[in-house]
Structures are given as C-alpha cells and as structure tokens.
Design a protein around this ligand. Structure first.
Ligand code: GLC
Ligand code: GLC
Length: 819
C-alpha cells in the first residue's frame, strides 16, 4: 500500500495519511541549526550539536512512538483536536504532509476549520519558523483557541535524560510580552551564554511554562489539562520540566484566514553582554534579549516568513540544479536528480548523529563514513567538501592510521574509539581523488594539514595521502594481504576481538592481538584507489612515487589473485588463526558481498574471467528480490573468532542483512562488465521509490535510502531500518550518476560512459562541472547496454568520450549516441 506520492514539480513527497508504518521524517536546516520533523510534527531541533545544544526534548523509543515535537492544539467551540494528528490522533477530514527540500507543510481540516503549518529553518538564522494558517471553511463565525506546545531540553540531551537529581531543580524561564515570548534560560545564570526562545507574533490570552501545570502530572501529550480547561494558567516554571505554551484566541468569520508565525530559536550573547539588567536586591538577572528581538523583528510577519521560505527554495533550486535527470523512468529520475542528492546533503550535515535511529548523543563523525559521504555531495558544495577534507585529514596519525571518529565541534579525534580500523586511511585517498576530479583543484594537495591535530606535525595533504597508501603496505599479514586491525569497512568483522563479556564493545576491545588476521576487502580498496593515487602523483610531477605506487598496486592485485580467490568468488578475509572467511570451505559465511563488489570495481579479474565468475556467484548466492544480502549462509551461532558479525540474528544487519551501502559496489562492478540490465536491476532493488507501494512491508520513507533491509533469513524479510544517515546515499548516487548514466568526473574532464538496460532508449542529464553547464542528451536507439559511438559538443564531433572542462560559465549542448 502507498501512503503518499511524489509531487515531482514541487520536489515534494506528499504523505496522504498520518498513520504511516513508521514516522516519515524530513530535515530542516542547512548550516548550523537543524530540525528533525516528522509527518505528525514530531521531532526536535538543535544548534550545531545534537547532543550538547538540543533545544527541545525528544524521547527516543517512547510509547506511543514519535511523541514529542512542536504541537498545536485547537479548541474550536468544544471540539479539541491536534491538526498534525499526533498527539491526540484526532480524526481529520483532510490531512496531508508535504516534505520538501528543507521544509515541510502539514495541512489538515476538521469541522470546517482548515489548518496549515509550514515549518522550516531559514537560511543563515538559527531558528525554526512555523507558520500557521487557520481558515474558517464553515458558514458560521468561529471562536478558536490555539495552544502551542514545546518541551524544552536542558541542553545536554544525554544529561537531560539521566541526571534528574540535578535537572529537576535547575529549570528557569523568562516570559515577556504577556506570554507571547517565552525564554528558556536554564544554566544561563552560570556558565552558558545562550538561551532558547519560543515566540509568536501576536498577542496571547495566556501562557504556560510549567509542564505539570499545562498537562497534568498523570496525563500524556494527548490530554493537556489547560487545553481541556480552555485556559492557560500563566505558570512560570521553577525546576522540574520547563515548557513553552501560548494560548491564542482567534475569531474567524466564514472564509476568513489568520496567520500566526512561531519562532523557536537559539540565541547567544557575548559573555560581557549576557544580562540586560540585574534586578536590584535580587539574584535573578534579566537576560539580554537583543538577539531574540532582532530575530523577531526579522520574522515577525507572515510575509517575512514567506520571503524566507522563498529564499530557501531558491537555495535548493540552485543546488539541485547542478545535477538533474530527465528520463522515462520517473522513479529513477526523481531519485537520482532530487531525493538521493538531498539525502547526500543530509549525510553531509548530520554525519551519523541525529535521525530517528541515531539518538544524536552517540557517535562522532566517522573517518571512513565522512570520506565516503563526500562522494555524494562534492558536486553540490565543493568548497565545503574541501574544508571537510582538511578537517578529516587533520585527525590522521603520523603513521597514516587514523582516529576512527572525531567530534564535529572540536574537530579532534575521539580517544574513546581510537584507531586501528585498517581501511580508514584509504578512504582519504578516495575522498581527495573525488574532490580533485570534481574541481580540478590540485592545489589542495599543497595545503599544510596537521597530523593528530598537532600543528607542529603538519605536512602537505599529499604527504597525508602517501602515509595512507604506505600504511596499507606496511601492515600486511602472512599472505601479503592488509591486516584488518579492529575491523575494515565491515565494523562487525572483528577478527582480533574475541569478546566473551556481555556489553563489551566489539569495535574497541581487543583481547587477541593476532597480527595475522587479513582483509581481502582492504586489499581491493587499495587496488581501487591505486590508479587515482598514481595519477595524482603523475600530474604533480612525482614520477618516482607514481612508479613505486604502480608496482605496489600490481603486486597487491597479484596477491589477491593468489591468496584472495576461492575458485568462484573472492575470499573475504583470513581470521586470527589464518582460516579463510568467505570460502566454500566455511560452514557459514561462505561468500561475502563486499570483497566481490570492490574487487571487480577495482577491475581485478576483468582480464581472466574471475570478475565475471565472482559477480555471477554474487547473483546466484546472495541476490534476493529486495537486494543483495551481505553474506550467505548467515551465521547461526556466535563465533568468538568473528565478533559482532555473528552476534546478530540471521538476516539482520551485517549478518546477512541487505546492508544497502555495499549494493552499489556490485552495481558499479556490473557496469565494469558492461551488464547494464543487471546493473540497473541491482540499483532498483534497494531504491526506495521502487518500493513505494510496498510500504507496509518496507515501513520507512519511500524517498530515502535505509542502511539495512532485512535479509531472506529474517522473519521480517524486506523490512527496512535506519533510514537517512547511511553511506548508501553517497554510493548509490555514485552508481547511478557516474556508472549507470555514466557521467563521471575524471582528471581530464567529464567522461561519458553510460551502462544501461538495452530497453532504455535514452535519457538526458544537466550537469554543472567546473564553471560550465553541460546539457547531455544520450540516444540509445541502438538498444545497447554499453558503448558510445559518438559524442558531439556544441555540434562538433568530439575525439573520444571525455568532455573538457570549459570553465566558461556557458551552457553547452552535448549529444551522445550509444552503439
Ligand atoms: C555503519 C558504519 C560504517 C560501516 C558500516 C558497516 O554504517 O557507519 O562505518 O562501514 O556500518 O559495518
Ligand atoms: C554496530 C553496527 C554497525 C555500525 C557500528 C557502529 O557494529 O552493526 O552497522 O557500523 O555499530 O559503531
């Protein structure tokens, strides 16, 4: 069943009933201030760091699910309801939620009263705006009471959920303008220089800031006492749980509309301007409201809110205009041209911090994850990608290894997790190569970048790449393959962990330093990145280094062929005893997706039939109707020598789940074999838009990728989990844009090399590349899967298939004929 539809012209997903199989969310915000916003107005917002500076409280794993957000209660005569459906689950005569690019709009109606809520974070300001419009669609006058409601988080979300002996005594607020402006200022009296503002642009009849007074101690959000009494209590919170609620009275004639603008903002003052005045004789300072006032002056009217929303739309038009697709297959076109890129921007902004599956208090930014995310947004925000690369590289250790994670606010490596994930260094080469191909900016290689965040250890970014490259070569095992360390891309293949203690971290505990366990995947990642590293060396005059690297890559390729091949597919690893993993000799886990996808992506075995065999084995043994599972057979019991991979019940996560992140590796690998139909099939199977009418099973948003879909061994085969913050976004975008549609940045320009189903008659792409626009029309009336017969650029036949970077700020017409 479908719960909505794509409105492609508006770039919106329109949810048509509120009881989606899981909350379907959107992200608001583009720089420092972000909100998570569900289709029933649930979620929360934060300034820069979802853990440390959270504005409103959100209880993960709560019952009912997704309760807590920005709520508006309506009292229309005696009829009380919530127009976003939750939290009262009110019967609505009409409901629709449109998730667009950086904004959402919920529209509903009941008993002749229409409601709409447009929510977004304006460009450049640290606030959420919620514009509410009430319309009397009935034939009689209406007296309507609106109660707003948010619950403040005492900033540190982790502390907020745990440290009640303190928290219940520290909550403080200020109220102004009769209650229209509510300020949450907990801890401002001591070390904080920031507060939150919850304000409305019209006079109010009353307010509440104490949760118990507003709700009633034993009530849920679905039965607030104040709303049922029809009257706010003007409560001023002192300790316990500060909230913000406005009571607004509106009289509406038939046909009349009224708009209200709510602003939920983070405001900061310099230390010496924290206070407006100090109340004489008292110890309660009055906070300096200047930043709040400025914001309210700016967004204090519906027209101002509309202008800010229009500016946000322009921003997204410009961004997504950089790569767009026209094709007969609308699902592919909208995903590749809009939603996949939108998700890539969200992974850029959020990394893995805050979603409905990531609580915002946990993980820092991953070294490998961030480098891979970059592949999906470097064409959209190249300058920001550049800055990101320099941040990441600064957390590398002098020996080339890397902190596995770093904290976005401090940009320091995370000591608790440390290093030892031996694939990490290579992803830096991958990210930097993608950046240079996109921008032509070889200058980044000369940037001086610290090691381990220490300026005195700084060296050029090129030296960082060399240390990455060499780290792999100097950390090899008995077969000459790279040592795996704590884990490689697969966080759960913990071959040196040997954990028997419940709760111990599989990633950071090492009870067994084998010095033996090796990864075929890391070897393949090395060979995949090799040619780019070599090319970077050549193009910067490092001839000797290029020759040295070429030799090393050739040798690693041979090592994989000798020690990383199982007869019909590539092995996955050797464990701490030197036993094979991912071999027909194993009982479970005989074949893994990652090493096979990556080896063929790296073009290993294209020349001798191994690549073909490997991908056929993947198809035979791992493919399902919802995508390719991670390995087979699933591990049925826990293996001390394998770690977390065998800890999951069969079919979930890394134990034979469809771990979507690695599926595009197979898609790309298939294009290396020229099998366009098969490449497209692997692409569509995990692409959410193709499962829109299967939402009861898939459950998650049809417009974004999920990290995992349960595999065939799981009772809930086909069910998705962990949407939004996943490397799937970047890699699927690479697979569809660069390898299937085949518009791929290379060091010399933009390569055109599609690999599509023979039945696809053509498509077109608009691609901004290094300050020029290319309008590329591909004609496949020859019905081939791969092969380009001719390319013309502005009417002139091109020699070869690489469009030069013209950089002339003009638009160029490109005609491609396949055959
Ligand atoms: C998660 C991690 C990523 C890892 C993957 C596979 O998505 O964020 O770093 O590669 O799981 O274990
Ligand atoms: C668990 C998950 C894996 C994730 C890791 C992050 O191991 O299974 O997917 O990458 O946690 O720490």
């Amino acid at each position: 069943m479908q719960y909505g539809y794509f409105d492609d012209d508006a770039r919106e997903y329109v949810i048509t009933r509120p009881d989606t199989p899981y909350p379907w969310i959107n992200y608001l915000g583009s720089e420092d201030f972000y909100g998570l916003f569900s289709n029933t107005s649930g979620g929360y917002c934060f300034y820069r760091d979802a853990r440390l500076l959270r504005l409103i409280r959100y209880r993960y794993n709560n019952v009912p699910t997704d309760s807590g957000g920005r709520y508006f209660y309506i009292r229309d005569g005696g009829d009380i309801w919530t127009p976003s459906w939750m939290p009262m689950k009110s019967a609505l005569d009409r409901y629709e939620c449109r998730h667009g690019m950086g904004y959402s709009r919920i529209s509903s109606a009941r008993n002749g009263l229409a409601f709409s809520q447009t929510s977004f974070v304006p460009l450049k300001d640290n606030c959420e705006i919620h514009k509410i419009v009430l319309t009397n669609e009935s034939g009689a006058d209406k007296d309507v009471d609106v109660f707003s409601f948010i619950e403040f988080c005492l900033w540190n979300a982790n502390d907020d959920m745990t440290n009640f002996q303190r928290n219940f005594s520290i909550g403080e607020v200020e109220v102004e303008a009769g209650g229209a402006r509510i300020y949450h200022k907990t801890e401002y009296r001591e070390r904080r220089n920031h507060y939150a503002l919850w304000a409305v642009n019209v006079p109010v009849a009353g307010f509440d800031t104490d949760r118990q007074t507003f709700l009633g101690l034993y009530n849920g959000f679905d039965h607030p006492e104040a709303v049922f009494a029809g009257k706010a209590n003007n409560s001023v919170a002192s300790g316990w749980a500060p909230i913000g609620s406005h009571h607004i009275k509106a009289r509406l004639k038939p046909g009349e509309s009224k708009a209200l603008v709510f602003v939920l903002s983070y405001c900061e003052n310099p230390d010496d301007k924290k206070w407006e005045r100090v109340v004489p004789g008292g110890n309660h300072g009055v906070i300096n409201k200047a930043p709040a006032n400025a914001l309210l002056d700016k967004y204090g009217s519906p027209e101002a809110a509309d202008r800010a929303l229009a500016a946000l739309k322009d921003y997204w038009d410009a961004l997504l205009g950089r790569f767009s697709v026209q094709a007969e297959d609308k699902r592919m076109a909208r995903m590749a041209g809009v939603w996949n890129q939108y998700q890539c921007m969200v992974t850029f902004n959020m990394s893995r911090s805050a979603s409905y599956f990531e609580s915002g208090i946990g993980r820092g930014m991953g070294f490998r994850d961030s480098n891979q995310d970059l592949l999906g947004f470097v064409h959209l925000v190249p300058e920001r990608a550049r800055a990101r690369i320099l941040d990441i590289a600064a957390t590398q250790f002098p020996d080339g290894s890397a902190y596995h994670q770093y904290q976005p606010l401090t940009k320091r490596g995370n000591n608790e997790v440390g290093s030892g994930f031996n694939d990490d260094p290579l992803w830096l080469i991958c990210g930097v190569a993608a950046y240079i191909k996109e921008t032509g900016d070889f200058g980044i290689l000369d940037e001086k970048v610290p090691f381990d965040n220490k300026e005195e250890l700084a060296d050029s970014l090129f030296v960082h790449l060399k240390r990455s490259f060499d780290y792999t070569l100097t950390h090899t095992g008995p077969h000459g393959l790279p040592l795996i360390g704590r884990a490689d891309w697969n966080d759960c293949l913990n071959l040196n962990c040997f954990s028997k203690t419940p709760g111990e971290s599989f990633q950071t505990t090492a009870n067994f330093e084998s010095g033996v366990a090796e990864s075929v995947l890391i070897a393949a990642i090395f060979v995949f990145n090799g040619p780019d590293y070599i090319e970077i060396c050549r193009r910067t005059g490092r001839v000797e280094e290029a020759a040295y690297a070429a030799k090393a890559v050739a040798a690693m390729t041979e090592t994989i062929k000798t020690h990383g091949w199982d007869g019909n597919w590539f092995l996955r690893a050797y464990d701490a005893y030197g036993h094979k993993i991912g071999s027909h000799e194993c009982e479970d886990g005989q074949i893994y997706i990652e090493s096979n996808g990556f080896a063929v992506m790296a073009e290993i075995g294209l020349d001798d039939g191994r690549a073909l065999k490997a991908l056929d084995s993947v198809k035979d043994r791992l493919d399902t109707k919802y995508g390719i599972v991670l390995q087979q057979p699933a591990y049925k019991e826990y293996h001390l020598e394998l770690g977390e991979v065998s800890s999951y019940p069969p079919g979930y996560k890394e134990n034979a789940g469809i771990f979507c992140h690695n599926n595009p590796w197979v898609t790309i690998a298939e294009t290396k074999l020229g099998r366009g139909t098969r490449a497209f099939e692997t692409y569509t199977k995990i692409c959410p838009a193709y499962r829109e009418d299967d939402s009861d099973l898939r459950r998650l948003e049809p417009y974004v990728y999920a990290q995992m879909v349960a595999g065939k061994d799981a009772p809930r085969f086909g069910e998705a989990k962990n949407s939004w913050l996943t490397g799937t976004a970047a890699w699927t975008f690479v697979s569809i844009s660069q390898y299937i549609l085949g518009v791929r940045p290379v060091f010399d320009g933009l390569l055109i090399d599609p690999c599509i189903p023979a039945s696809m008659k053509g498509f077109s792409v608009i691609r901004h590349f290094q300050n020029a626009v290319y309008r590329i029309a591909v004609d496949n009336s020859a019905s081939v899967e791969k092969g380009v017969k001719s390319v013309t650029l502005d009417g002139k036949q091109l020699d070869g298939v690489v469009l030069p970077a013209l950089g002339d700020r003009k638009t160029h017409e490109v005609k491609v004929v396949m055959g």
